[in-house]
Design a protein around this ligand. Structure first.
Ligand SMILES: Nc1ncnc2c1ncn2[C@@H]1O[C@H](COP(=O)(O)OP(=O)(O)OP(=O)(O)O)[C@@H](O)[C@H]1O
Ligand SMILES: [Mg+2]
Length: 461
């Protein structure tokens, strides 16, 4: 039920408005003056405040400012007996939604309120939608034909319409977040928000306020009331990423939301009810964390109602060709470059690679393949070079590799780096070869020789 605060020093008006709004199905609180209103606003969050402008001591303009500073999302309507252009303009500038002049028709007020609340709802939804669309453009579909992945898809389909919480475990880059989104977007909740939060990236106190919201002044920096992600996700799904990194305090609070389906904002005194499905993910061994006492057992069982274990990519090499093709297609479409062809030898290298970064590592590799491949099929030498490409640009880290017992393919590695840098220099110099050669401190002849060696074509002299 939407909450409205009515502020007027005139009793009759206050009563008329209250009765009418209650009848229309709102939860109504009324304040007899500005001071009382500001008090309420600091304690509770209203969807809409309707306030008289002229009141003794604290006037409507002050109430408006206090509301906007305490909770910017609250809609404020101003009532005034004397609609001077100035005061109306000033009120709108301070963030009022609209103003009404006395006397007014009850129908008129009702309509304005309905529209204002509707508009607010749409704005919030729009904002969430935009955010989701931005992240969804990179959210291509889940690919996989291995038995392990087929099982995962099965579970995703089956749980979609249940309310049960899901726990996804797997090494970094195995697709945990993608699976979480798939569960949400295949469920009856898909028209409600999917809200992701990374529990390890945020310090405890901030995480608490991020998840549950806070009231103004509850800690330094809490300059206004703020709704938490659980409130925002109402009706939808909350994705708790890196759940294994949460502290005991957060774990207790999460347990409460899951068990009671309600929580309090930081510094708040009201219980807020929510209906959310929780999908949690971790790359830690939670059972071990439970055993050593760093993760609450009761929380673990509440989350692990439906477990999904994503196997590392090296355990499902059958998915590699499919994923390679999927990413080749995606990146060539995105960059407008032709889709490269992988040689059998190159594919062989990919099948035998360890993939410690799992699908993410493969995705990054293919992005490089599409960006840097020249004419002709991609060779195993190309792939080896790109696989071991230094991740940063600084000269010190240009040789990040350590020689392990497995050994490495020195020539392939050096060739890969060389080709990569040739292409980079060409791109930087807009394919003017002389300039590119200079960037690499090479004379024109040895630069040409290298272009030929790597079959790099095009560009000008
Ligand atoms: N089965 C798959 N099909 C297509 N793309 C995938 C698949 N699995 C993962 N990806 C892609 O790989 C990247 C990593 O996936 P995601 O972010 O879901 O992994 P994660 O398990 O959450 O990793 P981390 O633990 O590091 O957060 C993403 O860009 C995702 O789109
Ligand atoms: Mg992730």
């Amino acid at each position: 039920m939407e909450k409205i605060l009515v502020v007027d020093d005139e009793q009759s008006l206050r009563e008329v408005l209250s009765i009418m709004l209650k009848r229309a199905g709102y939860s109504v609180t009324s304040a007899t003056d500005g001071e009382e209103a500001i008090d309420f606003v600091h304690k509770e969050i209203f969807d809409l405040v309707i306030t008289d402008l002229r009141m003794p001591k604290i006037d409507g303009m002050e109430v408006l400012k206090a509301v906007k500073s305490a909770s910017p999302e609250t809609v404020v309507l101003i009532i005034t007996a004397f609609a001077t252009a100035d005061s109306a303009v000033e009120a709108m500038k301070q963030g009022a939604y609209d103003y009404l002049t006395k006397p007014f028709q009850v129908d008129e007020v009702q309509l304005i309120i309905r529209n204002a609340l509707e508009k607010r709802r749409l704005t919030t939804e729009n904002m969430l939608l935009k955010r989701e669309m931005a992240s969804q453009s990179s959210f291509a579909q889940l690919v996989g034909q291995s038995e392990a992945m087929q099982k995962v898809f099965d579970v995703v389909r089956k749980v979609a319409d249940s309310k049960s919480n899901v726990l996804i475990c797997g090494e970094s880059g195995t697709g945990k977040e993608l699976v979480a989104r798939a569960i949400h977007y295949n469920s009856a909740r898909s028209s409600h928000p999917f809200v992701a939060v990374n529990c390890s990236a945020v310090p405890e106190t901030l995480l608490e306020s991020e998840l549950f919201g806070h009231m103004k002044g509850s800690f330094t920096g809490a300059i206004s009331n703020k709704a938490g992600l659980f409130e925002i996700a109402n009706g939808g799904t909350v994705f708790l990423d890196e759940i294994g990194d949460t502290t005991p305090t957060i774990q207790v609070k999460l347990l409460r939301v899951i068990q009671e389906r309600e929580f309090r904002r930081v510094g708040g005194s009201q219980d807020i009810k929510v209906d959310v499905r929780i999908v949690a993910a971790t790359n830690k061994d939670l059972e071990k964390a439970v055993a050593d006492g760093s993760f609450r057992e009761d929380l673990y069982y509440r989350l692990d109602v439906i477990p999904i274990r994503l196997p590392p990519l090296r355990m499902r090499t059958g998915d590699i060709p499919l994923l390679v093709n999927h990413f080749l297609e995606r990146f060539s479409k995105e960059s407008g470059r032709p889709k490269p062809v992988m040689s059998t030898e190159a594919m062989h290298v990919l099948l035998g690679h360890e993939w410690r970064g799992n699908v993410r590592e493969l995705e990054n590799l293919i992005e490089r393949v599409v960006a840097f491949s020249a004419e002709g099929p991609v060779t195993d030498t190309d792939v080896r070079g790109w696989l071991h490409r230094p991740t940063t640009q600084s000269p010190q880290s240009a040789m990040p590799l350590d020689l392990t017992d497995e050994g490495l393919d020195l020539e392939g590695l050096i060739n890969g780096i060389e080709k990569d840098l040739l292409l980079k220099a060409l791109e930087r110099s807009k394919w003017v070869k002389k300039k590119a050669a200079r960037m690499l401190r090479l004379n024109t002849r040895s630069f040409r020789y290298r272009l030929e060696k790597y079959a790099i074509k095009g560009g000008r002299d």
